[in-house]
Design a protein around this ligand. Sequence first.
Ligand SMILES: [Zn+2]
Length: 497
Amino acid sequence: MSLYTKYRPRDWDSVIWQDAISTVLRTSLIQGRVGHAYILTGSRGTGKTTTARILAKWVNCLDLQNGNPCHICAHCIAFDQGNMLDCIEIDAASHTGVDHIRDLIEKARFEPNQWKYKVYIIDEVHMLSTPSFNALLKTLEEPPKHVKFILATTEIDKVLETIRSRSLRFDFKKISEADIVKRLEYVCGQEGIRAEQEALEIIAQAARGALRDALTLTEQSTVNSEISTDYVRSTLSLIEDSLIEEIIETIVTADKVRMMTILDTLRSRHAEVRGLFDQILYGLRDAMMSSFLGKNNTANFAEYSEIFAIFESAYSRIRSIADGWLLIEITLLRAVARGEKSATKEENQKIGRSLQDEKNLQAQENNVTPSTQVESKKKKEEKDKIELAEQISTQGVVMPTEWPKNISSSNFNYIHLLEEIKKTKSTLVLDLKTARFEHTKNSLTLIFSKEWHYNRANTPAMRNIVIETLGNLYSNSWSVVCRLEWMPGVSIADVVF
Ligand SMILES: [Zn+2]
């Protein structure tokens, strides 16, 4: 049995890291205020399924103990043994489109077999197929008295308003590193595992608020009932803190020569992009925090924020770029050169190779042939390098200087689109620049990692500007969808405050 399953909390007293939620639920349950539908939302590993199970067990327990299921009545025992006809667990993520889910939900109107209530736990509810979803909506509109729905989702924005408005909503926060460490200490104590404190802290940080991941990592890091810091670092391919501090210091002092040495070190260590960026972002968070509190005079808060923004915007590109190392190189160089308006000729030569990288990066993202392959003349290359060097410190999208004429929609180019929009609505470009895009024939999906950019871009007026510009460029009718994608590891709210 995995540590996660073994130590899954069974009552409200053990769900200590979602205090507010367990208190509200327990109190309302004790007072007999039971809703017919609950929707639990939050990132993975934060206790949604655990809470759903306690709720399901609770509503049918024959002998509640201070709002907790008793674990010893016939119903509790049946539940624990997985012998529970009236509790139906559905993982919508793995069964989308399967007809029997619709049937199951439609059968909700029949009385329970043994229990007082029929309980439906639907995990990742936003993934339900349309027929299943309609069946759910129909049942929620006129809920039979004997039915309880417990819906869970990591993406509440994708759950339709009609479902949300009919359910009691609970937002699960990411679990703090301190709480994760506390829980890991408890589990290690119970299991007789000797763990170095620093090792547990690293695990807690890497788990990014997900206790389930932390317990899995703990399990993987245990060798002969011991967990050592070195072993954890190597399993997670982490760079030691002192090097991360050095990177940040080098960026702050804009020391280009030192940065080239650091890049060599990182290359030889096979640094992995997401892990490295996570570490740098957390390092910057710490630096910002101490600068905010006046404990750090190396750089001011605004400078750290500026550097943070560079890494944050690069983070959202990780998935769209095949070569992670390229992104590491470019982002570190951008960060070091952030204050520069234009580079000198000498510096251009020094970072010439990286400028070629920048072009490849653009090419990978936009799926266009790097211009150097088209233009063979060396002179032209040199000119491009200098122009790009002038743009490299702008941090945002580098605007190429020439565009192919008469592009068809199969040659869709996001940067070209932005350039066109810039002519009519330059403020919109600031938001669109932060988006990742997915493009199929005549539809464009813009995926934002920050809510404020998303909110500004996702209005009918703004979408119309995009649609019109697409129409002008590619002579077709387009559909444009904006959606929000929280960065998997860190959100700005987590990191800054
Ligand atoms: Zn019971």
